[in-house]
Design a protein around this ligand. Structure first.
Ligand SMILES: [Zn+2]
Length: 59
């Protein structure tokens, strides 16, 4: 996995992936800040290494 944080930009590696209609990659910092709000909106937040939903292209 070499995904980068969608909020911080390409300099920051993503540690988590949020999935709803699409996918959002987040670093640990952003996940800590955003995951409660994302989960409240129906997003599922996975560790980025979790692969049960296939690759990013599947979105
Ligand atoms: Zn970030």
């Amino acid at each position: 996995m070499n995904e980068t944080c969608d909020r911080c930009g390409p300099a920051v590696r993503a540690a988590y992936r949020a999935v709803r209609g699409g996918q959002l990659y987040l670093c640990q910092h952003c996940t800590a800040q955003l995951s409660p709000a994302l989960r409240a909106q129906g997003w599922t937040v996975w560790p980025a290494g979790h692969n049960s939903l296939g690759g990013r292209a599947a979105a």
